[in-house]
Design a protein around this ligand. Structure first.
Ligand SMILES: [Zn+2]
Length: 116
């Protein structure tokens, strides 16, 4: 039997993925409500509604990005390649994984990617 961790990595990933799924469902709903409002309100409110819709869409995109990252981390976990950097193939630091269990890169490669 494998050594039990207080909260397993898989559990953390699955919990967050479930929250994201809920949030995506909610953001889809609020975008639909905005569309409904648009037909029955004046011009200023319509601009507000469009802005709100753009904000909701941007939030939805971020959520979907995070969802893909979490799914990829779960896939790596199942494939046995979790904690191996997707770029250099080295070990991802424990501290990075604790901070974000879905991170696919080691410190060095992540820093490299953040450069403009
Ligand atoms: Zn790396």
């Amino acid at each position: 039997m494998a050594k039990q961790q207080p909260v397993s990595t898989e559990r953390r990933l699955r919990d967050e993925l479930r929250n994201i799924d809920d949030a995506i469902a909610e953001s889809g709903q609020s975008a639909a409500i905005v569309e409904l409002d648009q037909s029955s309100v004046g011009r200023v409110s319509r601009i507000d509604a469009l802005q709100q819709q753009a904000i909701a869409q941007a939030a939805g995109e971020r959520l979907k990005l995070r969802q893909r990252k979490l799914e990829a981390a779960l896939a790596r976990l199942q494939a046995g390649s979790y904690s191996i950097c997707c770029d250099c193939g080295g070990e991802v630091e424990r501290r990075r994984l604790d901070a974000d269990p879905a991170t696919p890169f080691c410190n060095e490669c992540a820093a490299e990617r953040e450069k403009p």
